[in-house]
Structures are given as C-alpha cells and as structure tokens.
Ligand binder design. Structure first.
Ligand SMILES: Cc1ncc(COP(=O)(O)O)c(C=O)c1O
Length: 363
C-alpha cells in the first residue's frame, strides 16, 4: 500500500469535469474569456473577496500585487524566509530588496515586533504568508502598515478558506494572492487569484496581467504605457476551477475538521506541541504543523506506519540568492528545528487520523 501522502491533488468527479472540458476545448474560445470571468465572479462570491482576478499562477499574482504596492528598485519589502521560494523570488524580480523579518517561534508566521524593527523609509510593503494555512496576526500587521503608510500584501497560497476576526482571509491586506497550483486546497492545474481591496486598482492590475494592454480596446488603437506580463488564466483552466468550486467547501471543511482533531488529540503527548492558532484566527490547515522535541523521530515513527511527514519547505534565506538579505533569525531557527508537518487534508479519514495519534502517543 502506498503511504498516506502529506499533500494530494483534488480533482472534481470525472463525469462532472470531462464533458465541460471537452466542450471548452472544442469551443474555439480557449484563451481568456467568459469562463475566466465567470470563475472570477464565483470565486469572489464563495470566498468573500471584493475583487478577484484570475491569473496563470500564484507567483504571477504576487508579482502584480507587489508592483501595485509600489515595490521596485530602491524600495524594500519586509518578508518571511519561512515560505515557498516564489514569495521571495518575485520580490527580487520587482527590483526591490527583500528584508527578512523573524517569525514567531511557535507559528512560523511573521512576528509583528520583528516587522516594526525592520521598517525603514524605503519600505514599500509587508508581504505576509499565512504559513501552512494558519493566519498570521493580521490585526497587528494591519495597524503597523497603516501607522507607516505602507501596503500589506497577503500571500494566502496556503490559506484558502481560512478566516481572521470573522473575515475571509485575503480581505484585511491591501491585496492578497491565492495559488491554484497542483497540490493546494484547490487546483486548476496551475493558476492563481489576485484579490484587491481597492477596486480602483483593477484596471492597472488587468494591464499588468496582459502585456500592459487593455482588453476590449481594439489592438490597433490601444496604447501600451507600461510593459506588463502574460499572467492571464485560460478558459480551459477556468473550466476546471468552476467545477472545483462546487466541491471545495466540503474539502476545506475536512482539512479543518482533521486539524481541530489533531489540535485536541495531540496536545497532551509528551515531546509534542500543536502549533498554536493566533487569537481570532480560523486556519484552513493546508498542512498540519506540529512542533516536536525531535522532529526526525516523529518522521520515523509515522514512516513506520506508512504516513508521510516532513518539513516540506527550506527556509529561503538558506538559498544563496537570498542569503545576503538575512540577519539573525533565532525565532525561525527555533521553529524550523521543531517543525514537522503531518497529513491532515481531505484524504485523511477518521481511521487514518486515529492511527496517527495512536502511533505518536506510543512514541
Ligand atoms: C507561500 C507560497 N506563495 C506563493 C506560491 C506560488 O504559487 P504558484 O505555485 O501558484 O505560482 C506558493 C506555491 O508554490 C506558495 O507556497
């Protein structure tokens, strides 16, 4: 039997998806069009976002979000090293300097105090990642951003369906991005969402998404003022997204149910501690984050019962490309040393999760 994976691709039922895909593939309208706009409207409604633009990736969405936030040469973006690399590659691609602030040693999310210490007159934005689907301290981050007149960009790639202070994740920052890449809560194979708080930024964001051009204006008349990118979504991937939206709520509910089960059941086990959930936060548990006195031992223990567990990411400042921008990060070191992710997604059933708890309790 293959091991219980840490991440897994979720596809809609074949009988729902295949006829819709066949129809769009042979419709003669496979690029950006009505399916994309329909997907954007429904995504907005389902996840409580004011404006959502569909893109080719979370990375592309974040690139545009940072440009809208004013990131560029001579500017800095305060960011986290405890993330997937694209959070920080795009900061550098804007020409801005990433400034790595330390994280809370128990959650892996950016520490408000470390952000305050990192602010300078060159700061354009704070880029916060809700690591593994656990919302960061958004109340503190919003007030820091407001006090300094800088943008707050939420990287919600891990956090689809999470909430903070009763609000949908992605609505407290000035902008937010979601990833629809293969192994996230929801996939369109590849794809992303850019959510904007200020609807006035929509036209510019759409231009960044499509070469710098304005859709709908005849190509012979349109004036390209600032080069953009090719970050648009296609009708084909949007068709997958539309089918995904029909079952995503129940999948996220299962992530959440498993996460809460582990929060309860693992709390009393010696040598282990569930990552704490921030006050007012309702995580969507893309990955379950466990802190262990000996994370290698947990990996071995679960491996022995056919369950994959791992750290998954590499702190970005350990890469040569980012190393020059990092100072001491003791909180991150303490977090990463104890970190071990265990499976908690929709594919983890009642028996699996009990098996995991029993194995960890036995040690
Ligand atoms: C935290 C984080 N930000 C951004 C991204 C980029 O998303 P995508 O792979 O859709 O480009 C990812 C996923 O790879 C991610 O995990």
């Amino acid at each position: 039997m293959s091991p219980l994976p840490l991440v897994k691709v979720a596809m809609p039922p074949r009988e729902r998806l295949m006829p819709a895909l066949e129809e769009v593939l042979y419709s003669g309208m496979i690029g950006e069009g009505e399916a994309v706009y329909d997907f954007e409207r429904r995504f907005c409604a389902q996840f409580g976002l004011p404006v959502a633009l569909a893109t080719s990736s979370g990375t592309g969405s974040l690139h545009v979000a940072l440009l809208l936030a004013g990131a560029g040469p001579e500017r800095e973006v305060i960011t986290t090293s405890m993330t997937a690399e694209p959070t920080n590659t795009v900061i550098m691609q804007t020409g801005a300097t990433p400034v790595f602030a330390d994280v809370d040693p128990d959650t892996g999310n950016l520490s408000p105090d470390a952000i305050r210490a990192a602010i300078s007159e060159r700061t354009a934005a704070i880029c916060v990642v809700h690591y593994a689907g656990y919302p960061a301290d958004l109340a503190a981050l919003r007030s820091i951003a407001d006090a300094h007149g800088i943008a707050l960009v939420e990287d919600c790639a891990h956090a689809l369906g999470a909430r903070y202070a009763g609000k949908p994740i992605g609505t407290i920052g000035d902008s937010a991005i979601f990833s629809l890449q293969a192994i996230k809560h929801m996939t369109t194979v590849d794809g992303g969402i850019l959510a904007l708080r200020d609807a006035d930024q929509t036209l510019l964001a759409k231009q960044f998404r499509w070469f710098g051009l304005t859709k709908g204006v005849p190509r012979t008349e349109v004036d390209l003022k600032r080069p953009g990118f090719k970050y648009n979504m296609s009708n084909v991937t949007a068709t997958i997204g539309l089918a995904q939206l029909e079952h995503i709520d129940s999948l996220i509910a299962r992530h959440r149910d498993n996460g809460r089960f582990f929060d309860r059941e693992l709390a009393g086990i010696a040598g282990l501690r569930p990552a704490p959930v921030a006050t007012d936060a309702d995580p969507s548990y893309w990955l379950y984050t466990l802190l262990a006195d000996n994370s290698d031992e947990v990996e071995r223990c679960l491996g022995a019962i056919g369950v994959n567990a791992s750290k998954l990411h590499r702190p970005n400042h350990l890469h040569s490309a980012f190393a020059p921008f990092a100072g001491p990060l003791p909180g991150l070191e303490r977090f990463y040393d104890r970190l071990i992710h265990i499976p908690c997604g929709w594919w983890v059933d009642d028996e699996d999760r009990q098996r995991i708890v029993d194995a960890l309790a036995k040690g």
